[in-house]
Design a protein around this ligand. Sequence first.
Ligand code: HEC
Length: 193
Amino acid sequence: MKSMSIKVFLVSTLSILPLLASAGEIAASSDTLEARSLVKSFGSDLKHVLKTSMKSGGPIKALAQCNIQAGPIAEKNSSSSGWDIGRTSLKVRNEKNTPDEWEMKTLRQFEQRKAAGENLKTMEYAETVKEGDKLVYRYMKPIPTAGLCVTCHGSDVAEEITTKVKSLYPNDQATGFKVGDIRGAFTLQKIMN
Ligand code: HEC
């Protein structure tokens, strides 16, 4: 009897999840709207550096540029907005991007939602959490692996790229990704009070 009611609860919860998600879409809070627009500008700043350096000097130069510029680009986007903006992943290249507990949970949730067939383009997750005596609004959005990304994050990375990656990031874990995989996520937070 007990297991029966748990089952019913699970089924009914799972079946309303998509409804909740689409309701969230209509009634996105102003914080969510701001987070989405910050993700767009942060992402396009990063992509600009990646694409222009790949074009002018190939992947080795692009690697060096990502190494030098990823941090300052995140800082620029953070300080101009009052948010804390960064990237994280279940498999990081730069250890500074290691997920905290909440990010880890959210990254796993994204993997589950992807496995259940949800589109990465519209996937996101937001929650207001209590940290000490502060309320913090947290937002994450998955970053899909595109064709361009596997040059440096794929399973068949050229030897000279691997050598350069290892020299910059001896503990690199960010390889083995296929096009369409979740490479990582944008992660944003803002103190509410
Ligand atoms: C030229 C090589 C190169 C290419 C191509 C590349 N990356 Fe990276 N990626 C890097 C480097 C280097 C870092 C570490 C940057 C740092 O020090 O913060 C990185 C870090 C990341 C991170 C932050 C998490 C972590 O692992 O530290 C994400 C997310 C990411 N890349 C996604 C992508 C995506 C998506 C693409 C394709 C659009 C891509 N990368 C293409 C070299 C590359």
